[in-house]
Design a protein around this ligand. Structure first.
Ligand code: SF4
Length: 363
């Protein structure tokens, strides 16, 4: 239903990652990174397609060697979504993937080496309209910064980021975005808050190495949620020790929770108790799986009894409230005459949701 976010977004300069805008008034994008061997073209292409199917806007691929750069050429030819090449140190790889049509380079200018190498990469990026992501990580700060601060602090992360930013400034290159990731959510939050005041470029949010599916999702949601609610962040990646497809789903769930960007079904479901009149948990689990293909935003409330059912249904697009043998069905907040058999709620709800989606979005 029509709940919109009242968050005021930080003003940032928009850059283009392929055909996807990042920053400015562009929707906050959700990205992930492949975890296949990049040299295994078939596996990497298949994973990129799976990520695209669940809504990824952008995908990052690590390109650690020249062989991987050759594989990247093939991967780029076989996929449509904008691809970022993740490169550490070797400027020749950056030049190679630029030639092969990369949409963004994740490379830290300060790590490229001498001035001539830095210039060759930045000139190449400029010439080909390729933006750069500066990616600072609390786990890999420069030795002198580590020594100065003793441990990764927010100021240490920001100092490191600004060092790379200064190089690009000096070369009059403005098409970049920056991340200052840390595995500690509060440290990451503080770092992004500091950085947000100092540059105009878009910020790529992430809590790095957040953990497994459950704990990493919670940590990411807390950290990124704090930042996003303050208007900070233009694109995000949830880093999970899990299937990258989950990163995209969790990324959208975070944006959905803040009403920043909707995609697919937003389930509202009660935790259940002895009052439930139908199996709420089984219904939610089954529908989450069955309706994964839907991208139209729909709020669906699935509530086990009349204690909270009518109230939630009132503010949902579609709602069900458990009743004795038959459950109440609501659409657009209004109780409908039709009721659902409690032993067949899943099929009936799925049919109603699909009918609504094809009515709202006939494409
Ligand atoms: Fe229990 Fe009803 Fe509350 Fe669900 S809505 S938790 S079934 S009282």
């Amino acid at each position: 239903m029509s709940h919109t976010s009242s968050i005021i977004r930080r003003v940032s300069k928009q850059i283009m990652v392929g055909n996807v805008p990042v920053g400015g008034d562009a929707p906050i994008t959700v990205q992930s990174m492949t975890n296949t061997l990049t040299t295994d073209v078939a596996a990497t292409v298949a994973q990129i397609k799976r990520l695209e199917a669940v809504g990824a806007d952008i995908v990052r691929v690590s390109v650690p060697t020249m062989n991987a750069a050759e594989a990247f050429r093939e991967i780029k030819l076989q996929t449509n979504i904008p691809l970022i090449a993740d490169i550490h140190f070797d400027y020749r790889i950056a030049l190679k993937v630029a030639e092969y049509g990369v949409d963004c380079l994740r490379i830290n200018p300060g790590n490229i080496g001498n001035e001539q190498r830095i210039r060759s990469v930045v000139d190449c990026a400029r010439h080909n309209n390729i933006p750069i992501r500066i990616g600072v990580n609390g786990g890999s700060l420069e030795a002198d910064i580590q020594e100065k601060y003793g441990e990764p602090t927010a100021q240490a992360l920001v100092d490191s980021a600004l060092r790379h930013v200064d190089i690009l400034d000096r070369l009059n290159f403005e098409q970049f975005k920056v991340s200052v990731k840390a595995s500690d959510a509060l440290l990451a939050v503080e770092s992004y808050q500091l950085l947000a005041k100092q540059i105009i470029q878009p910020l790529h949010l992430g809590i790095t190495e957040a953990g497994g599916l459950r704990s990493g999702s919670v940590k990411s949601a807390v950290g990124m949620g704090m930042l996003l609610s303050q208007g900070i962040g233009d694109t995000l990646r949830v880093s999970l020790a899990a299937d990258p497809v989950e990163e995209i789903k969790v990324g959208f769930d975070i944006l959905k929770s803040l009403r920043i960007r909707s995609r697919g079904i937003n389930f509202i479901a009660c935790p259940t108790c002895s009052r439930q009149e139908f199996d709420v948990i089984a219904t939610v689990n089954a529908l989450e799986e069955r309706l994964e293909d839907i991208i139209t935003p729909v709020d669906v409330s699935i509530i086990g009894c009349v204690v909270n059912g009518p109230g939630e249904a009132l503010i949902s697009d579609i709602g069900i409230t458990g009743g004795k043998t038959k459950s109440g069905f609501y659409e657009d907040g209004k109780r409908q005459k039709e009721r659902f058999d409690n032993d067949n709620v899943i099929d009936q709800l799925e049919a109603k949701i699909r009918a609504r989606v094809s009515r709202d979005d006939p494409s």
